[in-house]
Design a protein around this ligand. Structure first.
Ligand code: HEM
Ligand code: HEM
Length: 152
C-alpha cells in the first residue's frame, strides 16, 4: 500500500506540473475528449503545460503566475467543435481521478472543487454562444447570384 499511504497534498509548483502532465497523459488519449486536444486544437503539450500549471498555481498556491482569460480559448474551440456537458463531465472525471491518484489533502480537494466550478461556468457561458461563429464560418450569410443584374 505504499502508493496510497505515500500520497501527500499539492505543495509546490513541481507538484502542480506533475498533476497537469499526468492529466494530459490521460486526456489526450481519452476516447471521449482526446480528439479535441489532438485533432481540433492540435495542442502543443510542452507549450501548454506551463500555462495550465500557472493557472493551478494561482488557484491552489496563491501564486500570481496566471494572467487570466481562461474562458476565451474554449469559446474559440466551441466554435469548431461544440463542447457539450458530456465533454465537461468527462474532463472532470479524468481530472478528479488524476488528482486522487497522486495527492490527498485540502489543496487536492480544492483542485477538484474549483475545477467543477470552472467547468460549470464555462459550460453555462458556452451555451449562450452560437455553435458556429465567424471563426468557423466566415460568411454567415452567403449571397449567390442566380442570373439577374449584379447586386450593388
Ligand atoms: C483561493 C480562492 C480562489 C482563487 C485563488 C481562485 C482563482 C481563480 C482563477 C485564477 C480563475 C481563472 C480566471 C480567469 O481565467 O480569468 C478562477 C475562475 C473561476 N473561479 Fe475561482 N478562485 C478561488 C475561489 C473560488 C470560489 C470560492 C469560487 C466559487 C464559489 C470560484 C469560482 C470560480 C469560477 C466560477 C470561475 C470561472 C469563471 C469563468 O467563467 O471564467 N473560485 N478562479
Ligand atoms: C470539455 C472540456 C475541456 C476541453 C476539451 C478543453 C480543452 C482545452 C484546449 C484545447 C485548450 C488550448 C486552447 C488553445 O490554446 O488554443 C485549453 C486551454 C485551457 N484550459 Fe481547457 N478544456 C476543457 C475544460 C477546462 C476546464 C474545466 C478548465 C479549468 C478547470 C480548463 C482550463 C484551461 C486553461 C487554464 C487553459 C489555458 C488558457 C490560456 O491559454 O490562458 N479547461 N483547454
Amino acid at each position: 500500500m505504499v502508493g496510497v499511504s505515500a500520497r501527500h497534498d499539492i505543495e509546490d509548483r513541481a507538484d502542480v506540473e506533475h498533476l497537469v502532465r499526468a492529466f494530459y497523459g490521460r486526456a489526450l488519449t481519452d476516447p471521449v475528449i482526446g480528439f479535441i486536444f489532438t485533432d481540433v486544437a492540435h495542442l502543443d503539450v510542452e507549450a501548454h503545460v506551463p500555462v495550465i500549471a500557472s493557472f493551478w498555481e494561482t488557484i491552489l498556491l496563491g501564486g500570481q503566475s496566471y494572467a487570466g482569460g481562461a474562458f476565451r480559448p474554449h469559446a474559440a474551440l466551441h466554435a469548431q467543435v461544440p463542447l457539450r456537458s458530456g465533454h465537461f463531465e468527462r474532463w472532470l472525471v479524468l481530472w478528479k481521478r488524476t488528482v486522487d491518484e497522486s495527492f490527498a489533502g485540502p489543496r487536492a480537494e480544492q483542485a477538484k472543487a474549483h475545477a467543477e466550478r470552472v467547468a460549470r461556468a464555462f459550460h453555462r457561458r458556452l451555451e449562450g454562444l452560437p455553435v458556429e461563429d465567424v471563426a468557423a464560418n466566415p460568411l454567415p450569410i452567403v449571397v449567390t447570384r442566380h442570373g439577374g443584374p449584379p447586386q450593388g
